[in-house]
Design a protein around this ligand. Sequence first.
Ligand code: PGA
Length: 233
Amino acid sequence: MKIIAGNWKLNGTLHALRHMIDALDKIDTQNTIIICPPYTMLCTDSGRISLGAQDISIHSNGAYTGDVSAQMVADCGATYTLVGHSECRQYHGDTNADVRAKASHAIAAGLTPIICIGETMDEKNAGQTMTVIEQGLGECIPDHAPRFIVAYEPRWAIGAGITPTHDEIAQTHQFIAETLTRMGFAQTPILYGASVNAHNAADIMSIPHVDGVLVGGASLKPDDFIPIITSVK
Ligand code: PGA
């Protein structure tokens, strides 16, 4: 059983989400399916499909125009939230400390945070991939966190149509699993994300310590998303 999460980013409509939920309802799978649409679509009856936010505020409430809190997301019936997605780090300046604070808010509100970490191309070229990962895990995971998911997303591969090699993914996921075990979080699911599609999903999810995938572009249409979900048991 794998976890397949779709990140819709700044895309979609309520109609498209309902269409996706109807289509997913018909497939035979034991996998856990999560969709993270824009906030405006979170209060949707999604049946056995779980919904998650793409980000939450670092604050609980107050004069923070435009923000949406973890509690508000939970109030809509959503059960997950991404935190620390590469685009939030790039465009909103989220730091590891911010991600940790957001993950704490998520847990306090009853959500399961999906904590995203990964290296840029410059960091990869400088041989810093494992350092960035170790630092990300050390700095983003709240102490004694009762539940969370880690998404390893090499930032240089997101939306780029390229992925690391099978061996590179195997090495990073092995390293993440070992680091989480050392930190006392041995049972944490680890997702791979960045340029996952129907052609590479089964291979990627056959790699040890890949407990599922976080899918961006290929999660928007049932014709692209369903083959990813049904490519694994
Ligand atoms: P992608 O995005 O699948 O389009 O590369 C992944 C993500 O942003 O989570």
